[in-house]
Design a protein around this ligand. Structure first.
Ligand SMILES: *Cc1c(COP(=O)(O)O)cnc(C)c1O
Length: 481
Protein backbone atom coordinates (compact mmCIF):
# COMPACT_ATOMS: atom_id res chain seq x y z
CA UNK A 1 0.00 0.00 0.00
CA UNK A 2 1.26 3.48 -0.76
CA UNK A 3 0.74 6.40 1.57
CA UNK A 4 -0.58 8.61 -1.21
CA UNK A 5 -4.19 9.74 -0.81
CA UNK A 6 -6.52 7.45 -2.73
CA UNK A 7 -6.86 9.06 -6.14
CA UNK A 8 -10.63 8.90 -6.30
CA UNK A 9 -10.92 10.91 -3.09
CA UNK A 10 -9.57 13.99 -4.93
CA UNK A 11 -12.43 15.51 -6.90
CA UNK A 12 -9.98 17.10 -9.31
CA UNK A 13 -8.36 13.78 -10.09
CA UNK A 14 -11.68 12.08 -10.57
CA UNK A 15 -12.50 14.71 -13.16
CA UNK A 16 -9.19 14.00 -14.90
CA UNK A 17 -10.76 10.92 -16.40
CA UNK A 18 -12.60 13.28 -18.75
CA UNK A 19 -10.09 16.08 -19.42
CA UNK A 20 -12.36 17.94 -21.84
CA UNK A 21 -14.82 18.38 -19.00
CA UNK A 22 -12.40 19.75 -16.42
CA UNK A 23 -13.45 22.97 -14.77
CA UNK A 24 -10.95 25.79 -14.32
CA UNK A 25 -10.96 25.13 -10.62
CA UNK A 26 -10.27 21.42 -11.07
CA UNK A 27 -7.43 22.17 -13.48
CA UNK A 28 -5.95 24.64 -11.01
CA UNK A 29 -6.08 22.06 -8.25
CA UNK A 30 -4.36 19.44 -10.37
CA UNK A 31 -1.84 22.01 -11.53
CA UNK A 32 -1.02 22.98 -8.00
CA UNK A 33 -0.86 19.35 -6.86
CA UNK A 34 1.47 18.06 -9.57
CA UNK A 35 2.98 20.64 -11.89
CA UNK A 36 6.22 22.46 -11.08
CA UNK A 37 6.32 25.48 -13.40
CA UNK A 38 9.46 27.21 -14.71
CA UNK A 39 10.58 30.38 -12.84
CA UNK A 40 7.62 30.21 -10.46
CA UNK A 41 6.97 30.80 -6.76
CA UNK A 42 4.65 27.85 -6.16
CA UNK A 43 3.40 28.96 -2.78
CA UNK A 44 2.23 32.22 -4.35
CA UNK A 45 0.80 30.41 -7.38
CA UNK A 46 -1.24 28.12 -5.14
CA UNK A 47 -2.92 31.16 -3.57
CA UNK A 48 -3.85 32.61 -6.93
CA UNK A 49 -4.34 29.56 -9.10
CA UNK A 50 -2.77 29.33 -12.54
CA UNK A 51 -4.52 30.93 -15.49
CA UNK A 52 -5.42 28.18 -17.95
CA UNK A 53 -4.89 29.01 -21.61
CA UNK A 54 -6.92 26.76 -23.87
CA UNK A 55 -6.86 28.13 -27.40
CA UNK A 56 -5.06 30.50 -29.73
CA UNK A 57 -5.84 32.03 -33.10
CA UNK A 58 -3.83 34.74 -34.84
CA UNK A 59 -2.69 37.17 -32.15
CA UNK A 60 -5.41 36.13 -29.67
CA UNK A 61 -5.58 33.62 -26.84
CA UNK A 62 -8.57 32.34 -24.91
CA UNK A 63 -8.47 31.18 -21.30
CA UNK A 64 -10.60 28.47 -19.72
CA UNK A 65 -13.13 31.08 -18.59
CA UNK A 66 -13.70 32.19 -22.16
CA UNK A 67 -11.76 35.48 -21.90
CA UNK A 68 -10.18 36.65 -25.15
CA UNK A 69 -6.67 38.05 -24.67
CA UNK A 70 -4.44 39.84 -27.17
CA UNK A 71 -0.99 38.27 -26.84
CA UNK A 72 1.59 41.05 -26.71
CA UNK A 73 4.36 38.55 -25.95
CA UNK A 74 3.91 36.00 -28.78
CA UNK A 75 3.74 33.20 -26.22
CA UNK A 76 7.27 33.63 -24.90
CA UNK A 77 8.83 35.67 -27.72
CA UNK A 78 8.33 32.78 -30.08
CA UNK A 79 4.96 32.58 -31.87
CA UNK A 80 6.23 34.79 -34.71
CA UNK A 81 3.76 33.47 -37.28
CA UNK A 82 0.83 33.73 -34.86
CA UNK A 83 -1.47 31.00 -33.52
CA UNK A 84 -3.79 28.76 -35.50
CA UNK A 85 -1.52 27.96 -38.43
CA UNK A 86 -3.06 24.73 -39.59
CA UNK A 87 -0.44 24.43 -42.35
CA UNK A 88 2.24 23.93 -39.69
CA UNK A 89 0.06 21.35 -37.96
CA UNK A 90 -0.48 19.63 -41.33
CA UNK A 91 3.24 19.60 -42.12
CA UNK A 92 4.03 18.06 -38.74
CA UNK A 93 1.19 15.57 -39.09
CA UNK A 94 2.42 14.49 -42.51
CA UNK A 95 6.00 14.09 -41.25
CA UNK A 96 4.91 12.20 -38.14
CA UNK A 97 2.84 9.88 -40.29
CA UNK A 98 5.82 9.20 -42.57
CA UNK A 99 8.75 9.24 -40.16
CA UNK A 100 8.13 10.76 -36.72
CA UNK A 101 11.70 10.39 -35.57
CA UNK A 102 15.04 9.12 -36.57
CA UNK A 103 18.42 10.16 -35.23
CA UNK A 104 21.25 11.83 -37.11
CA UNK A 105 24.02 9.88 -35.36
CA UNK A 106 25.91 7.02 -37.07
CA UNK A 107 26.02 8.50 -40.58
CA UNK A 108 22.30 8.88 -41.08
CA UNK A 109 20.19 11.91 -41.95
CA UNK A 110 16.56 12.71 -42.72
CA UNK A 111 14.80 14.77 -45.36
CA UNK A 112 13.39 17.71 -43.31
CA UNK A 113 16.67 18.19 -41.42
CA UNK A 114 18.58 18.44 -44.70
CA UNK A 115 16.03 20.73 -46.31
CA UNK A 116 15.96 22.99 -43.28
CA UNK A 117 19.76 23.16 -43.10
CA UNK A 118 19.83 24.40 -46.69
CA UNK A 119 17.00 26.86 -46.05
CA UNK A 120 18.73 28.26 -42.95
CA UNK A 121 21.89 28.75 -45.00
CA UNK A 122 19.81 30.69 -47.52
CA UNK A 123 18.03 33.03 -45.08
CA UNK A 124 21.02 33.71 -42.79
CA UNK A 125 24.04 35.96 -43.47
CA UNK A 126 26.43 34.56 -46.09
CA UNK A 127 29.11 33.27 -43.69
CA UNK A 128 26.62 30.67 -42.40
CA UNK A 129 26.50 27.51 -44.47
CA UNK A 130 26.21 24.98 -41.62
CA UNK A 131 23.82 24.28 -38.76
CA UNK A 132 24.00 22.12 -35.60
CA UNK A 133 20.52 21.27 -34.28
CA UNK A 134 19.31 21.21 -30.69
CA UNK A 135 15.83 21.30 -29.16
CA UNK A 136 16.11 24.62 -27.30
CA UNK A 137 17.97 27.87 -26.97
CA UNK A 138 19.67 26.73 -23.77
CA UNK A 139 21.04 23.67 -25.52
CA UNK A 140 22.18 25.88 -28.40
CA UNK A 141 24.21 27.99 -25.98
CA UNK A 142 25.63 24.92 -24.23
CA UNK A 143 26.63 23.66 -27.65
CA UNK A 144 28.33 26.99 -28.33
CA UNK A 145 30.41 26.79 -25.15
CA UNK A 146 31.65 23.36 -26.14
CA UNK A 147 32.08 24.27 -29.80
CA UNK A 148 34.17 27.41 -29.27
CA UNK A 149 36.46 25.58 -26.86
CA UNK A 150 36.78 22.71 -29.32
CA UNK A 151 37.53 25.23 -32.07
CA UNK A 152 40.41 26.76 -30.13
CA UNK A 153 41.82 23.30 -29.34
CA UNK A 154 41.82 22.49 -33.01
CA UNK A 155 43.29 25.90 -33.83
CA UNK A 156 46.23 25.04 -31.57
CA UNK A 157 45.26 27.52 -28.85
CA UNK A 158 43.63 25.32 -26.16
CA UNK A 159 44.31 27.95 -23.49
CA UNK A 160 41.64 30.15 -25.10
CA UNK A 161 38.73 29.01 -22.91
CA UNK A 162 37.17 32.11 -21.36
CA UNK A 163 33.86 33.35 -22.71
CA UNK A 164 32.84 36.91 -21.99
CA UNK A 165 29.14 37.69 -21.59
CA UNK A 166 27.13 40.53 -20.06
CA UNK A 167 25.20 41.20 -16.91
CA UNK A 168 21.42 41.16 -17.32
CA UNK A 169 21.81 38.94 -20.38
CA UNK A 170 19.59 35.86 -20.76
CA UNK A 171 21.07 32.81 -22.45
CA UNK A 172 18.92 30.01 -21.00
CA UNK A 173 18.59 27.85 -17.93
CA UNK A 174 20.98 24.93 -18.32
CA UNK A 175 24.27 25.08 -16.40
CA UNK A 176 26.14 26.76 -19.25
CA UNK A 177 23.17 28.84 -20.38
CA UNK A 178 22.54 30.21 -16.89
CA UNK A 179 26.28 30.82 -16.47
CA UNK A 180 26.49 32.77 -19.72
CA UNK A 181 23.43 34.71 -18.65
CA UNK A 182 24.03 37.60 -16.34
CA UNK A 183 21.12 37.14 -13.97
CA UNK A 184 22.29 37.37 -10.37
CA UNK A 185 19.20 35.55 -9.09
CA UNK A 186 20.02 32.55 -11.29
CA UNK A 187 23.71 32.47 -10.33
CA UNK A 188 22.77 32.50 -6.66
CA UNK A 189 20.89 29.20 -6.99
CA UNK A 190 23.45 26.52 -7.80
CA UNK A 191 26.96 28.00 -7.53
CA UNK A 192 27.07 29.55 -10.97
CA UNK A 193 28.69 30.65 -13.19
CA UNK A 194 30.70 27.57 -14.13
CA UNK A 195 34.43 28.26 -14.52
CA UNK A 196 35.65 30.17 -17.55
CA UNK A 197 32.70 32.51 -17.96
CA UNK A 198 33.01 36.19 -16.99
CA UNK A 199 30.70 39.18 -17.37
CA UNK A 200 30.84 42.84 -18.31
CA UNK A 201 28.18 45.56 -18.03
CA UNK A 202 25.24 45.85 -20.38
CA UNK A 203 24.76 48.62 -22.97
CA UNK A 204 21.78 50.06 -21.12
CA UNK A 205 21.73 53.80 -21.78
CA UNK A 206 18.96 54.65 -19.29
CA UNK A 207 20.89 52.82 -16.56
CA UNK A 208 24.48 53.79 -17.27
CA UNK A 209 24.66 56.62 -19.78
CA UNK A 210 24.16 59.71 -17.64
CA UNK A 211 26.12 62.69 -18.95
CA UNK A 212 26.81 61.04 -22.30
CA UNK A 213 25.12 61.01 -25.68
CA UNK A 214 23.79 57.61 -26.72
CA UNK A 215 26.56 57.34 -29.30
CA UNK A 216 29.25 58.07 -26.71
CA UNK A 217 27.75 55.59 -24.28
CA UNK A 218 27.67 52.85 -26.94
CA UNK A 219 31.43 53.20 -27.43
CA UNK A 220 32.00 53.35 -23.69
CA UNK A 221 29.99 50.15 -23.07
CA UNK A 222 31.79 48.32 -25.89
CA UNK A 223 35.06 49.47 -24.33
CA UNK A 224 34.23 47.38 -21.26
CA UNK A 225 34.82 44.35 -23.48
CA UNK A 226 38.34 45.48 -24.33
CA UNK A 227 39.08 46.21 -20.69
CA UNK A 228 37.91 42.71 -19.72
CA UNK A 229 39.93 41.09 -22.49
CA UNK A 230 43.05 42.85 -21.21
CA UNK A 231 42.22 41.88 -17.62
CA UNK A 232 41.70 38.18 -18.47
CA UNK A 233 44.60 38.16 -20.95
CA UNK A 234 43.88 38.24 -24.69
CA UNK A 235 45.47 34.80 -25.19
CA UNK A 236 42.93 33.24 -22.81
CA UNK A 237 39.72 34.64 -24.31
CA UNK A 238 37.74 32.34 -26.62
CA UNK A 239 34.61 34.30 -27.45
CA UNK A 240 32.21 37.11 -26.66
CA UNK A 241 28.45 36.41 -26.62
CA UNK A 242 25.54 38.84 -26.63
CA UNK A 243 21.94 39.25 -27.70
CA UNK A 244 21.63 41.93 -30.42
CA UNK A 245 18.80 43.39 -28.32
CA UNK A 246 18.52 41.96 -24.79
CA UNK A 247 15.10 40.35 -24.50
CA UNK A 248 14.36 38.93 -21.06
CA UNK A 249 16.57 41.64 -19.56
CA UNK A 250 13.85 44.13 -20.58
CA UNK A 251 14.14 44.85 -24.32
CA UNK A 252 17.40 46.74 -23.85
CA UNK A 253 18.25 48.29 -27.23
CA UNK A 254 21.94 49.21 -27.49
CA UNK A 255 23.08 52.49 -29.05
CA UNK A 256 23.89 52.11 -32.76
CA UNK A 257 27.60 52.60 -32.03
CA UNK A 258 27.80 49.57 -29.73
CA UNK A 259 27.88 46.49 -31.96
CA UNK A 260 30.24 47.84 -34.65
CA UNK A 261 32.70 48.68 -31.87
CA UNK A 262 32.27 45.19 -30.35
CA UNK A 263 33.03 43.78 -33.79
CA UNK A 264 36.18 45.91 -34.07
CA UNK A 265 37.40 44.73 -30.64
CA UNK A 266 36.72 41.05 -31.38
CA UNK A 267 38.59 41.40 -34.68
CA UNK A 268 41.51 43.16 -32.99
CA UNK A 269 42.00 40.34 -30.47
CA UNK A 270 40.96 37.53 -32.84
CA UNK A 271 38.07 36.53 -30.57
CA UNK A 272 35.01 34.62 -31.81
CA UNK A 273 31.85 36.71 -31.84
CA UNK A 274 28.61 34.94 -30.92
CA UNK A 275 25.13 36.36 -31.45
CA UNK A 276 22.37 34.85 -29.33
CA UNK A 277 19.46 35.30 -31.73
CA UNK A 278 16.99 33.10 -29.87
CA UNK A 279 14.68 36.14 -29.71
CA UNK A 280 16.05 38.43 -32.42
CA UNK A 281 16.24 35.73 -35.10
CA UNK A 282 13.46 35.07 -37.61
CA UNK A 283 12.28 38.60 -38.03
CA UNK A 284 11.73 40.10 -34.59
CA UNK A 285 13.73 43.25 -35.40
CA UNK A 286 12.64 43.52 -39.04
CA UNK A 287 15.65 41.62 -40.39
CA UNK A 288 16.03 37.84 -40.52
CA UNK A 289 18.70 38.06 -37.85
CA UNK A 290 19.38 40.87 -35.39
CA UNK A 291 23.08 41.08 -36.26
CA UNK A 292 22.09 42.32 -39.72
CA UNK A 293 20.25 45.29 -38.21
CA UNK A 294 22.94 45.99 -35.61
CA UNK A 295 25.81 45.80 -38.10
CA UNK A 296 28.03 42.94 -37.01
CA UNK A 297 29.25 39.64 -38.48
CA UNK A 298 29.07 36.87 -35.88
CA UNK A 299 30.98 33.60 -36.16
CA UNK A 300 28.17 31.68 -34.45
CA UNK A 301 24.44 32.29 -34.01
CA UNK A 302 22.22 30.60 -31.41
CA UNK A 303 18.60 30.28 -32.50
CA UNK A 304 15.39 28.63 -31.20
CA UNK A 305 11.96 30.15 -30.42
CA UNK A 306 10.90 31.81 -33.69
CA UNK A 307 12.40 29.11 -35.95
CA UNK A 308 9.23 27.05 -35.45
CA UNK A 309 7.08 29.85 -33.99
CA UNK A 310 7.09 27.62 -30.92
CA UNK A 311 4.77 25.03 -32.48
CA UNK A 312 7.35 22.30 -31.79
CA UNK A 313 10.58 22.74 -29.80
CA UNK A 314 13.64 23.31 -31.99
CA UNK A 315 16.87 25.23 -31.61
CA UNK A 316 20.34 25.19 -32.99
CA UNK A 317 23.62 26.87 -33.80
CA UNK A 318 24.41 28.46 -37.12
CA UNK A 319 28.10 27.82 -37.61
CA UNK A 320 30.09 30.31 -39.68
CA UNK A 321 32.82 29.30 -42.09
CA UNK A 322 35.71 29.99 -39.73
CA UNK A 323 34.53 27.49 -37.10
CA UNK A 324 32.80 25.07 -39.48
CA UNK A 325 35.86 24.53 -41.66
CA UNK A 326 38.12 23.93 -38.68
CA UNK A 327 35.65 21.45 -37.14
CA UNK A 328 35.13 19.67 -40.45
CA UNK A 329 38.67 19.66 -41.83
CA UNK A 330 40.69 19.11 -38.68
CA UNK A 331 38.18 17.97 -36.10
CA UNK A 332 37.46 14.27 -36.33
CA UNK A 333 34.58 13.50 -33.99
CA UNK A 334 32.99 16.43 -32.11
CA UNK A 335 31.79 14.48 -29.09
CA UNK A 336 28.56 16.36 -28.65
CA UNK A 337 24.94 15.97 -29.73
CA UNK A 338 21.40 15.25 -28.69
CA UNK A 339 18.98 12.42 -29.35
CA UNK A 340 16.71 14.99 -30.95
CA UNK A 341 19.35 16.84 -33.00
CA UNK A 342 17.72 17.25 -36.41
CA UNK A 343 14.36 15.91 -35.23
CA UNK A 344 12.40 15.40 -38.46
CA UNK A 345 9.01 16.49 -37.10
CA UNK A 346 10.46 19.64 -35.53
CA UNK A 347 12.35 20.44 -38.75
CA UNK A 348 9.12 19.97 -40.72
CA UNK A 349 7.45 22.58 -38.49
CA UNK A 350 10.36 24.97 -39.08
CA UNK A 351 10.23 24.52 -42.85
CA UNK A 352 6.55 25.45 -42.98
CA UNK A 353 6.98 28.28 -40.46
CA UNK A 354 9.80 29.85 -42.49
CA UNK A 355 7.72 29.43 -45.64
CA UNK A 356 4.97 31.46 -43.96
CA UNK A 357 7.40 34.18 -42.87
CA UNK A 358 8.65 34.37 -46.46
CA UNK A 359 5.39 34.22 -48.40
CA UNK A 360 3.56 36.66 -46.12
CA UNK A 361 6.58 38.98 -46.10
CA UNK A 362 6.33 39.14 -42.32
CA UNK A 363 9.94 40.21 -41.81
CA UNK A 364 9.63 43.01 -44.38
CA UNK A 365 6.34 44.11 -42.80
CA UNK A 366 8.04 44.45 -39.42
CA UNK A 367 10.72 46.63 -41.02
CA UNK A 368 8.44 48.82 -43.11
CA UNK A 369 4.98 48.79 -41.58
CA UNK A 370 4.26 47.22 -38.20
CA UNK A 371 7.60 48.05 -36.53
CA UNK A 372 7.40 51.77 -37.37
CA UNK A 373 3.75 51.78 -36.29
CA UNK A 374 4.57 50.23 -32.91
CA UNK A 375 7.34 52.81 -32.51
CA UNK A 376 4.90 55.68 -33.12
CA UNK A 377 2.34 54.18 -30.71
CA UNK A 378 4.94 53.74 -27.96
CA UNK A 379 6.23 57.27 -28.51
CA UNK A 380 2.67 58.51 -27.99
CA UNK A 381 2.34 56.50 -24.75
CA UNK A 382 5.12 58.62 -23.23
CA UNK A 383 2.45 61.33 -22.82
CA UNK A 384 0.89 59.14 -20.12
CA UNK A 385 1.67 60.41 -16.59
CA UNK A 386 3.05 57.00 -15.59
CA UNK A 387 5.40 56.46 -18.55
CA UNK A 388 8.91 57.89 -18.20
CA UNK A 389 10.31 56.70 -21.48
CA UNK A 390 9.62 54.09 -24.15
CA UNK A 391 11.79 52.38 -26.77
CA UNK A 392 11.08 49.93 -29.57
CA UNK A 393 13.07 47.98 -32.13
CA UNK A 394 11.11 46.11 -34.77
CA UNK A 395 8.26 44.35 -32.99
CA UNK A 396 9.84 44.52 -29.54
CA UNK A 397 9.31 47.38 -27.16
CA UNK A 398 9.48 48.49 -23.57
CA UNK A 399 8.20 51.38 -21.51
CA UNK A 400 9.23 52.42 -18.03
CA UNK A 401 6.68 53.14 -15.31
CA UNK A 402 8.03 55.98 -13.18
CA UNK A 403 7.05 57.89 -10.07
CA UNK A 404 8.14 61.20 -11.56
CA UNK A 405 8.85 62.01 -15.18
CA UNK A 406 12.06 63.82 -16.12
CA UNK A 407 13.45 65.84 -19.00
CA UNK A 408 15.62 62.86 -20.04
CA UNK A 409 15.71 59.12 -19.36
CA UNK A 410 18.22 59.85 -16.62
CA UNK A 411 16.01 62.27 -14.75
CA UNK A 412 12.99 60.04 -14.17
CA UNK A 413 12.38 58.89 -10.63
CA UNK A 414 11.65 55.18 -10.17
CA UNK A 415 9.12 53.65 -7.79
CA UNK A 416 10.43 51.75 -4.79
CA UNK A 417 11.10 48.24 -6.07
CA UNK A 418 9.16 46.83 -3.09
CA UNK A 419 5.99 48.39 -4.55
CA UNK A 420 6.31 46.06 -7.54
CA UNK A 421 4.38 48.48 -9.74
CA UNK A 422 5.31 46.51 -12.86
CA UNK A 423 3.63 43.36 -11.53
CA UNK A 424 0.60 45.36 -10.52
CA UNK A 425 0.36 46.79 -14.02
CA UNK A 426 0.85 43.35 -15.54
CA UNK A 427 -2.11 42.06 -13.54
CA UNK A 428 -4.35 44.88 -14.80
CA UNK A 429 -3.26 44.00 -18.32
CA UNK A 430 -4.01 40.29 -18.01
CA UNK A 431 -7.36 41.02 -16.37
CA UNK A 432 -8.25 43.33 -19.23
CA UNK A 433 -7.33 41.15 -22.14
CA UNK A 434 -3.77 42.10 -23.05
CA UNK A 435 -0.49 40.43 -22.16
CA UNK A 436 2.62 42.47 -21.45
CA UNK A 437 5.54 41.23 -19.41
CA UNK A 438 6.99 43.15 -16.46
CA UNK A 439 10.76 43.32 -15.97
CA UNK A 440 10.89 45.30 -12.78
CA UNK A 441 8.87 48.41 -13.68
CA UNK A 442 9.63 48.11 -17.38
CA UNK A 443 6.63 46.78 -19.32
CA UNK A 444 7.60 44.96 -22.49
CA UNK A 445 5.94 43.60 -25.62
CA UNK A 446 7.06 41.31 -28.42
CA UNK A 447 3.86 40.37 -30.28
CA UNK A 448 3.46 37.90 -33.13
CA UNK A 449 4.98 39.27 -36.34
CA UNK A 450 1.61 38.60 -37.96
CA UNK A 451 0.03 41.37 -35.86
CA UNK A 452 -1.60 43.94 -38.14
CA UNK A 453 -1.51 47.72 -37.76
CA UNK A 454 -5.16 47.64 -36.62
CA UNK A 455 -4.33 44.97 -34.04
CA UNK A 456 -1.38 47.04 -32.79
CA UNK A 457 -3.83 49.91 -32.30
CA UNK A 458 -6.16 47.59 -30.40
CA UNK A 459 -3.28 46.35 -28.22
CA UNK A 460 -2.01 49.86 -27.50
CA UNK A 461 -5.50 51.10 -26.67
CA UNK A 462 -5.84 48.36 -24.07
CA UNK A 463 -2.36 49.12 -22.77
CA UNK A 464 -3.38 52.78 -22.34
CA UNK A 465 -6.52 51.78 -20.47
CA UNK A 466 -4.52 49.51 -18.13
CA UNK A 467 -1.95 52.25 -17.55
CA UNK A 468 -4.88 54.41 -16.39
CA UNK A 469 -6.00 51.67 -13.99
CA UNK A 470 -2.44 51.29 -12.70
CA UNK A 471 -2.09 55.05 -12.27
CA UNK A 472 -5.32 55.22 -10.27
CA UNK A 473 -4.11 52.42 -8.04
CA UNK A 474 -0.64 53.83 -7.33
CA UNK A 475 -2.20 57.25 -6.67
CA UNK A 476 -4.69 55.72 -4.23
CA UNK A 477 -1.78 54.06 -2.44
CA UNK A 478 0.09 57.37 -2.30
CA UNK A 479 3.06 56.13 -4.30
CA UNK A 480 2.93 58.75 -7.02
CA UNK A 481 4.99 61.92 -6.63
C1 LIG B 1 14.66 32.04 -24.39
C2 LIG B 1 16.10 32.34 -24.59
C3 LIG B 1 17.09 31.36 -24.46
C4 LIG B 1 16.77 29.98 -23.94
O1 LIG B 1 15.98 29.26 -24.81
P1 LIG B 1 15.16 27.98 -24.24
O2 LIG B 1 14.55 27.42 -25.47
O3 LIG B 1 14.21 28.49 -23.22
O4 LIG B 1 16.19 27.06 -23.65
C5 LIG B 1 18.38 31.68 -24.77
N1 LIG B 1 18.71 32.91 -25.20
C6 LIG B 1 17.80 33.88 -25.32
C7 LIG B 1 18.22 35.21 -25.84
C8 LIG B 1 16.47 33.64 -25.01
O5 LIG B 1 15.57 34.61 -25.09
Amino acid sequence: MTTNPPLASLPAVAAAAAPEGLSTCALQQLDSAHYLHPFTDHAALRERGARVIVRGDGVYLWDSEGNKIIDGMAGLWCVNAGYGRTSIADAVHAQMSTLPFYNSFFNTTNVPAVQLAALLAAVSPPQFQHVFYTSSGSEANDTIVRMVRRYWQLAGRPEREVIISRRNAYHGSTMAGASLGGMAGMHAQGSLPIPGIVHIGQPHYAEGGRGMSEAEFGLEAAGWLEAKILEVGPDKVAAFIGEPVQGAGGVIIPPSTYWPEIQRICDKYDILLVSDEVICGFGRLGTWFGCELMGFRPDLIAFAKGVTSGYVPLGGVLVGGRVAHTLIDKGGDFNHGFTYSGHPSACAAALENIRILQTELLVERVALETGPHLKACFAALVAHPLVGHAETCGLAGGLNLVRRKGASVHDCEAFASTHAVGMLCRKHMFDNGVIMRAVGDRMIVAPPLSMTVAQIDEMVERIGYCLDLTLAEVQARGWME
